[in-house]
Design a protein around this ligand. Structure first.
Ligand code: NAD
Ligand code: MG
Length: 295
């Protein structure tokens, strides 16, 4: 019997909980499901080499685990304070007999972006999947309280590294490589409290589609994933107002599935977009939103 999507994953209210950003998945209640127990590979990425930003937790961790189980070696980037989450990912990747390279560092630094790619290429012995998942989201109810510091740092985290990492990676990416960015339902239908974040997410859609056209003749495809409400550290470290945490993702009919998604529910799409199975897919945005419209 197929599983019922309404009850397949956690569908109760969430306990209120706050951590300073970026937050640790280890300390969340309930812990996000990134496929640690459930994701099964089928050799779709045998011998591939992936760099996943934000690979310590949430959606990036789900992608990293799935890539390893599909046969890829994986380098992950994250912030130094996320080392405990990153260590767990390393263990999970190595348990598959794949290489796990941990490269902590702040993507807001242009220079670090170049170092990150160089180190990943060197330690993996090449690169053919660039999964750009890192992101920052801080809810602010009133534009009067949105500081220039936050505005800059949201763009510096969510947008600039896509340009820098792509520039650095392109000379290394062979034909058949795949670049995957991470936008959001917010890029289509912004929440009133996410004016800076939502704007970065629409920018990512523009970047993805334009880059796809620019480099199609190199045999490199570029696509984006648009998640809806997914239970991750981003949300409990200021991404949502604390009052909205208990009901996060559960309002219907806005979210027809009626619950928050779990990171593992995005894993197969990050795999698909990286694999040869998506050979005719480029310049696209793939929505995984529990039914929240993105058009
Ligand atoms: P997450 O907190 O698990 O992942 C975000 C990661 O971004 C962090 O783990 C951190 O490693 C990384 N990061 C943040 N600032 C950084 C910096 N300055 N330098 C390096 N790394 C940095 O949360 P998540 O929800 O899995 O987020 C992954 C992506 O999914 C983000 O781009 C987010 O915008 C997007 N997204 C999330 C949701 C959701 O509901 N959770 C919805 C739509 C889009
Ligand atoms: Mg994290």
């Amino acid at each position: 019997m197929p599983k019922d999507p309404i009850t397949q994953y956690y569908h109760d209210t969430f306990p209120k909980q706050f951590q300073d950003p970026p937050g640790l998945q280890k300390e969340m209640d309930p812990k996000p499901d990134c496929g640690e127990e459930s994701y099964r590979g089928a050799g779709k990425l045998t011998g591939r080499k992936a760099l996943v930003t934000g690979g310590d937790s949430g959606i990036g961790r789900a992608a990293a685990i799935a890539y390893a189980r599909e046969g890829a070696d994986v380098a992950i980037n994250y912030l130094p304070e996320e080392q405990p989450d990153a260590e767990e990912v390393k263990e999970l990747v190595e348990a598959e007999g794949r290489k796990a390279i941990l490269i902590p560092g702040d993507l807001k630094s242009e220079r670090f972006n170049y170092k990150l790619v160089e180190e990943a290429v060197e330690q993996l012995g090449g690169l053919d999947i660039l999964a750009l998942v890192a992101g920052k989201q801080q809810a602010v109810e009133d534009i009067a309280d949105l500081t220039t510091e936050q505005l800059k740092s949201t763009f510096e985290t969510n947008v600039y590294p896509l340009y820098w990492l792509t520039k650095a990676a392109l000379p290394h990416l062979p034909r058949g490589s795949s670049i995957i960015t991470t936008t959001s339902v917010e890029g289509f239908n912004p929440s009133p409290m996410l004016l800076d974040y939502a704007a970065t997410k629409s920018t990512i859609i523009g970047f993805t589609k334009g880059l796809a056209k620019q480099i199609a003749d190199k045999g490199i495809r570029v696509n984006s994933v648009a998640p809806g409400p997914i239970w991750t550290p981003l949300q409990i470290s200021g991404g949502q107002l604390q009052d909205n945490i208990p009901e996060f993702g559960s309002s219907t009919p806005e979210t027809p599935i009626g619950r928050a998604g779990q990171p593992v529910e995005l894993a197969s799409v990050y795999v698909f977009l990286a694999s040869e199975e998506s050979s005719y897919v480029t310049a696209q945005v793939y929505s995984i939103t529990g039914g929240v419209p993105t058009a």
